[in-house]
Design a protein around this ligand. Structure first.
Ligand code: ZN
Ligand code: ZN
Length: 740
């Protein structure tokens, strides 16, 4: 007997080929009726003898979909004739558009298929792959609301679009060389380079050493071969920061030691940059002077075509923006900005609506949540209010909670820069519109001066939303678990309850109520931020003694400079106080002569880690102090030991320096684990979680985890959100949502 009903599917159901999937399934089970997009949902009207089999068959959805719920209302769908796909209607906005995904194997075959109509076409895609978030203006997801709207389909694409048997049935990004976006090669002056195959020509230019800006999915990359890396560094004035590379798949294993798990991440549909350990830590110095390399595989048709012509095995592919600034998305701006830094521009004319940097992963932990991984969507119950969380200041992103889901935007950058701050506001606007969000609550960092805090205040005034400040490190812990726990946060800076700079903290409690129960020793930062840029100042702040003065003097500090530093510390002029883990690692890096000036975020500590890779750690004595009710690990004592070891080390022996670096990391991690273990025992808590940017350091993270497990406790860490500040907006959102 025939059954009929109306089915509503919610979740990530648009931009994933849901309608063609339903259509094909309906045909298979002899179902009549229709399917359409409604707001962010999919509505199906179905009638037939095999109604229930049909319902079961659509439950899993197509590969890119995420289904939250399927509701069925028995109703007589007056369906006659066939099953059809109807035009979209307006409805509620609750789902989300999927992130941009890398080109699929089938489309790659199409590009390389001789004589096929997609042969050599750089923007080939289908319902299972290609750009999504980066091209969408608003939901429902149809071509006219994306940047593909200006490319009307040709008859061939049109018939494929309407062919139920095709992988491009209702593929909104369908395009071919006849009708789709085009590509062009421009010289420094913006003149078109005449050639018969733009991509082949670009590959040749790159092979010959040219530096080329390449327009991608979410922004521009600057590309060149390894031999041109030194030249690129000089042109960009970025002498120290490692570059990411795009590598031919069979070459990656020759440069790096990669595990099967890391290869899986490289080849996943997200295709992120994966930070891998070099086979030879000193190899490829022009790309990275660390022991690691950030590698990715080609992820678009354009990249694959480029690499098919390229003779070199890898290309440096660095974002064309300054670190911390937003991706540049239009050709005029990039030409104005880079015209002396790059030789050519490989441009296409598909507008980038929402920019997206490459995502970055290390040891399975997300460093940058962006292309392919964001918008990230997590089911979490925070009740009925709609919440906006505007994030921290550095490595920022935003999160919005609505109707049982928290959605986190792609990486935004350092909101200290006015350009990035505008991008933050734009992201709130765009993501808010896509979700149909009207904010009841706005969560922000506790720092009163952050631009993001001011923005939160202004927006709250406009909308009448309630403001909830969330302390930086409590947001870290909130992002790591929803269970009662001891939460360790180790990072660079965060505004503390007492106005000092926190960054090595241990909390006890459960979101949103965390009590700070232990921390690293509070140390002076002579010159405030200057001590972060020049870590030798930090070193002197920690150990203002003759032995350190002698080290600094031997490195060219003048007596006058040393006097000023001494006076500054004594009188407390412009001296901040900090319990930051990062600053202590910086100071040791400076002591050992590894890094004396920070030119990019985290540099001294990252170089210390690279040095420690080949070192053997020794057990040093730990000293614990108290600060009121809090236990304190004396990092000064550890630094003193490092200074002693350094005075005994053979300076010409890198192995001695590496041993001290390894020992310092090991003992500091052991000491921090001790703080957490004591706090867990005192309070009868089982779970100890770890968050913060220092947790990317493998040696420190693994020592902490080992010590905590050896003490019979459970070690927890969040692999779904960044350990660094990319988790803060998510943690703010949870903290605000769970508040009273
Ligand atoms: Zn495809
Ligand atoms: Zn076409």
């Amino acid at each position: 007997m025939e059954k009929s009903g109306k089915i509503v599917v919610r979740g990530i159901v648009q931009g994933v080929g849901f309608r063609p999937f339903v259509y094909a399934t309906a045909r298979k089970y002899g179902i009549r009726g229709w399917v359409k997009n409604l707001g962010s949902e999919v509505e199906i009207c179905a009638k037939g003898d095999h109604f229930f089999e049909f319902l079961e068959a659509i439950r899993p959805g197509p590969p890119l979909s995420r289904i939250d719920s399927i509701s069925v209302n028995p109703s007589d769908c007056a369906a006659a004739g066939d099953f059809t796909i109807l035009p979209s209607g307006k409805g509620t906005l609750s789902g989300m558009i999927p992130p941009d995904v890398s080109i699929c194997g089938d489309c790659l075959d199409d590009i390389t298929c001789p004589g096929g109509r997609y042969q050599g076409y750089w923007a080939t895609s289908c319902v299972n792959c290609g750009p999504r978030y980066s091209i969408i203006n608003e939901l429902p997801y149809d071509r006219e609301r994306t940047s593909m709207a200006v490319f009307p389909v040709c008859p061939d694409c049109d018939s494929e679009y309407h062919d139920p048997a095709s992988r491009r049935h209702h593929a909104q990004t369908i395009a071919c060389p006849v009708c789709g976006p085009g590509i062009s090669l421009l010289d420094q002056q913006g003149n078109h380079v005449e050639c018969c195959d733009v991509i082949r020509e670009t590959a040749m230019l790159l092979d010959n050493g040219s530096i080329v800006a390449i327009r991608g999915v979410g922004g521009f990359h600057i590309a060149c071969i390894e031999e041109s890396a030194g030249d690129l560094k000089r042109r960009l004035g970025r002498t120290e920061q490692p570059f990411a590379v795009m590598v031919k798949p069979d070459y990656i294993g020759r440069m790096t030691r990669l595990s099967a798990a890391e290869r899986m991440i490289l080849e996943s549909i997200e295709h992120p940059i994966v930070v891998l350990e070099k086979r030879d830590p000193t190899a490829h110095p022009d790309i990275s002077n660390l022991h690691t390399l950030g590698c990715m595989l080609p992820y678009t048709g354009l990249h694959h075509l480029l690499f098919s012509y390229l003779h070199h095995p890898l290309l440096i592919m660095t974002s064309a923006n300054m670190p911390g600034y937003p991706m540049i998305t239009d050709i005029d701006r990039i030409m104005a900005k880079l015209n002396r830094d790059v030789d050519f521009f490989l441009n296409h004319n598909r507008r980038i609506v929402n920019r997206c940097d490459d995502s970055v992963v290390r040891d399975g932990y997300i460093i940058r949540l962006s292309r392919g991984m964001a918008p990230r969507r997590t089911q979490v119950e925070l009740g009925s209010p709609c919440i906006l969380a505007v994030g921290p200041e550095l490595n920022s992103n935003i999160s919005i909670y609505k109707d049982g889901f928290c959605i986190t935007s792609p990486h935004i950058g350092n909101v200290r820069n006015p350009g990035t701050f505008d991008y933050l506001k734009e992201t709130v606007e765009k993501l808010g519109t896509l979700l149909g969000a009207e904010f009841d609550v706005i969560a922000h960092d506790a720092h009163p001066q952050f631009l993001s805090t001011r923005f939160a205040r202004e927006l709250a005034k406009e909308t009448g939303a309630e403001l909830v400040p969330v302390q930086h490190h409590r947001a870290h812990v909130a992002s790591s678990t929803d269970q009662p726990c001891i939460g360790i946060t180790i990072d660079g800076v965060g505004y503390g309850d007492d106005g000092s700079v926190w960054g090595g903290e241990v909390f006890a409690g459960r979101t949103p109520d965390f009590e700070r129960v232990a921390h690293l020793e509070v140390l002076p930062m002579p010159g405030g931020d200057l001590a972060a840029t020049y870590p030798e100042r930090m070193l002197y702040g920690i150990l203002p003694e003759q032995a350190v003065v002698e080290v600094l003097a031997s490195r060219g500090w003048t007596a006058v400079e040393l006097d000023i530093l001494e006076g500054q510390l004594e009188k407390g002029i412009n001296v901040a106080q900090t319990s930051s883990t990062g600053r202590v690692l910086d100071a040791v890096s400076a002591l050992l002569g590894i890094c004396r000036e920070k030119t990019y975020d985290g540099e001294p500590a990252m170089k210390l880690e690279s040095s420690a890779i080949s070192g053997r750690p020794h057990v040093w004595d730990l000293e614990y102090l108290t600060d009121g009710p809090s236990e304190v690990l004396s990092t000064r004592t550890l630094c003193k030991r490092a200074l002693l070891e350094y005075s005994l080390a053979r300076k010409d022996r890198a192995s001695d320096i590496s041993d001290i670096a390894a020992s310092f990391q090991y003992n500091m991690a052991r000491g921090i684990a001790g703080l957490a273990i004591h706090a867990a025992r005192d309070r009868g808590l089982e779970l100890v979680t770890l968050s913060g940017g220092v947790a990317y350091n493998r040696a420190i993270r693994e020592t902490l985890a080992d010590e905590i497990r050896k003490a019979g406790l459970t070690f927890g860490i969040n692999a779904d959100y960044p350990l660094g500040d990319g988790c803060i907006s998510y943690g703010q959102c949870l903290s605000a949502g769970k508040k009273g």
